[in-house]
Design a protein around this ligand. Sequence first.
Ligand code: ADP
Ligand code: GN1
Ligand code: MG
Length: 372
Amino acid sequence: MSNSGIKKIFEQFSAEGTLLDGSPTGSGHIHTTWLIRTAEEDRPDYIVQKINHIVFPPVAEMMGNIQKVTGHISAKNKTSTNGKVLEIIKTRAGTSYYTDPEGNHWRMYRKISPGISYDVVPNNKVAFEAGRAFGKFIGDLRDLPANEIYPVIPGFNSMEMRFEQLKKAVKTDPLKRVSEVKKEIGYAFDRIDDMLVISSLEKEGKLPQRITHNDTKLNNVLFDNDDKAVCVIDLDTVMPGLSLYDFGDTIRTAANTAEEDEPDTRKINFSLPVFKAYSEGFLKETISFLNTYETDHLALSAQYMTFIMGIRFLADYILGDVYYTTRYSNHNLDRCRAQFRLMQLMNEKYTDTRNIIKQTLEKYRTGNTGKP
Ligand code: ADP
Ligand code: GN1
Ligand code: MG
């Protein structure tokens, strides 16, 4: 979009300052995001997003959720100097988003500055900090009543629903792509039962519903220049869910030494030091309230979230790339293969990851840091 196009959008909002320029930013797969720089040095910059309303049809309810969640977190952290909360900038009409004459919905946030996002972990401190930030996020929302949050995408991380969607895609096969991906489909069928363990525990009520983020990939937390996590972003999917979803999805992205869509699967490794650092950050904030079913399944949740993303990318490939933003024709297939490779590596190190969780819990419970 041209500068004049984005300026027209910017002018709908009650922002401070005048637009210097607007440019695409970030590597999210869902919305279209621009960074707006203002001309005045003493005015904030902004983030403008064209909301993907195919993925999120109940836009008003989604924005209502974000207002509730950010309001709740701000009220809890009034005196804290660490960390920031995502801030919605209202339109001049006082609403939380603007609908243009073509029916597109737009929103604006204050830009977190510096707000560095990483697709790949640069060091273990970033992993620890991400764990702390996402763990604190669940903790801060513990007393927000679940019925106040609208289920924007019901079943978002439900393995049963996602597997049904894959089976339906295979059956429909609109582009005759299924014959190309027999191996990947076979892998999905081989591993599904192991993954449904978490779904069964959820049904039995052993894994409690909490208000969770549900899309905790590493680039949905922003860092400052000292690698301190400063703000959890991308709050569109905040809904009742499992703590395991949030733990697992950051491990999926952070403990992968390569990009999420790495086409050369030999470059993919699963990093135990990153797993450990993230677990330490996450458990520091959550050990006081997670139950033993949750802590017992943290290691498995990494595979659960990696698998669910693998089957979602696979289904989207089969259906003709209708959901995720793709940059080339096999992009979703590369993403799927990379996820399944990562999952194999996680499975090979499953015992190690379970031990890391055990040792971390022990360390926090006894205060024994293991140092002489
Ligand atoms: P998507 O759902 O498409 O991933 P996000 O809300 O995560 O959309 O935004 C995409 C990217 O834009 C983020 O990964 C981040 O780099 C950047 N971004 C979003 N909101 C902010 C913000 N308030 N401040 C700074 N950067 C932001
Ligand atoms: C999408 O919005 P973004 O890019 O942070 C997706 C997540 C997937 C992720 C895979 C609403 O996240 O569920 O985990 O891509 N978000 C939605 O990278 O589907
Ligand atoms: Mg995002």
